[in-house]
Write a protein that binds this ligand. Structure first.
Ligand code: KG4
Ligand code: ZN
Length: 346
């Protein structure tokens, strides 16, 4: 049996976990910085890395303590190396390297987005009914990324589509910041939308430009419509309700339709019938219910605690590399981006 310590610090969650044999979660500690960044309506990178520096030692210590283990009982260390905020990544990565070096343990640097796709395999005592079998479709939607991909193994994905501008979560955050709903935007919009009329505004769907892939996504048009051209899209036939709730519900509906249009297209074209969702936006209740309506697709959402950023998914995927004999050098670098994960205008 192999017990891996997983360290995650790519954004605003300072997280550590111990996972046995890539599946059984022994501890999962997530110290969130949300209250710190909320007053700025977004993550302030400099503050984030500073807090990680202050917290990482205690967070990792708590993960060991909750697992009932001493450092000597850990068999390997995994940490997020990319993508993410560079200063934040460096803290967790450096801590993990130091831990591995001091205890002479195997070390592996992992990709945060691949770890999100690994999350449905994690469990506490009760194993999940049937973990998804490869290949499947991956829907990775967070504050920094929106990716539709074909997943052939824990370390093998082919990106089918990405956003050409804003990430899905970024659109939730920006709309929410504009209207003062709260941060993180997705959480507040999801909540407000439950009391709103999704037909109150009819926002346009993006049209793909020449050269875009049919599974690409775009959110800047929707964001502009909701923030700057709101009245233009008011549906005269919808009963007037409360604007806050109606804006949230109408925006959320369109934001999710954008994702689903591309996802369903990819499902049809690839013939893949299992979808694994991951990243913060995968917590969205409207997205979940719309996917559940599709009886022909098996949609898998990791449990909420493994859906957002956490150390367990890092330890879990880290185990798969380590057990195969893969190792990262202690010189392994952090990087903000991963090639091909985000499109840029030429
Ligand atoms: O994966 P994550 O925790 O961190 C990143 O790697 O970015 O994702 C955070 C994003 C934020 O943009 C947040 O607004 C969004 O996930 N989010 C949601 C919901 N909960 C969090 N978006 C839509 N609906 C939600 N319920
Ligand atoms: Zn994430």
């Amino acid at each position: 049996m192999m017990k891996i310590l997983g360290i995650e610090s790519s954004c605003d969650e300072c997280a550590a976990a111990v996972v046995e044999d890539g599946k059984l979660v022994l501890s999962n500690v997530v110290a969130t910085q949300i209250p710190l960044h909320a007053k700025y309506d977004g993550v302030v990178p400099e503050l984030a890395s500073r807090m990680h520096t202050e917290w990482i030692y205690r967070v990792a210590g708590e993960a060991l303590e909750k697992a009932g283990l001493s450092p000597a009982e850990i068999d390997g260390v995994a940490a997020t190396a990319h993508p993410g905020l560079l200063g934040s990544l460096l803290v967790g990565l450096s801590f993990a390297k130091a831990f591995a070096w001091a205890r002479k343990l195997p070390f592996i640097a992992v990709n945060h987005m691949l770890a999100h796709l690994y999350a449905p395999r994690l469990h506490w005592e009760q194993p999940p009914e049937a973990p998804p079998e490869y290949p499947f479709l991956g829907l990775l939607v967070s504050g920094g990324h929106s990716i539709i991909c074909r997943v052939d193994n824990f370390d093998a994905i082919s990106v089918l589509g990405t956003t050409v501008d804003d990430a899905a979560g970024e659109a939730f955050d920006k709309v929410s910041a504009h209207y003062g709903f709260g941060y993180p935007g997705g959480v507040y919009i999801d909540r407000l939308a439950k009391k709103g009329n999704p037909e109150a505004f009819r926002f346009p769907m993006p049209s793909l430009r020449k050269g875009d892939h049919p599974y690409d996504l775009s959110y800047s048009g929707l964001k502009t419509a909701v923030i700057n051209q709101l009245e233009q899209f008011r549906n005269p036939r919808a009963a007037a309700g409360s604007d806050r709730e109606d804006i949230a519900a109408s925006f959320q509906k369109t934001a999710v339709e954008i994702l689903l249009r591309a996802l369903f297209r990819a499902a049809e074209d690839t013939g893949l019938t299992t979808v694994v969702a991951g990243g913060g936006v995968a917590a969205n209740s409207y997205l979940r219910s719309r996917l559940a309506e599709r009886a022909d697709l098996r949609s898998i959402f990791p449990p909420m605690e493994f859906c957002g950023d956490n150390g367990a998914m890092i330890a879990g995927i880290g185990y798969q590399y380590l057990v195969r004999g893969d190792r990262s050098p202690l010189s392994a670098a952090a990087s903000a981006r991963v090639q091909g994960f985000k499109k840029r205008y030429p």
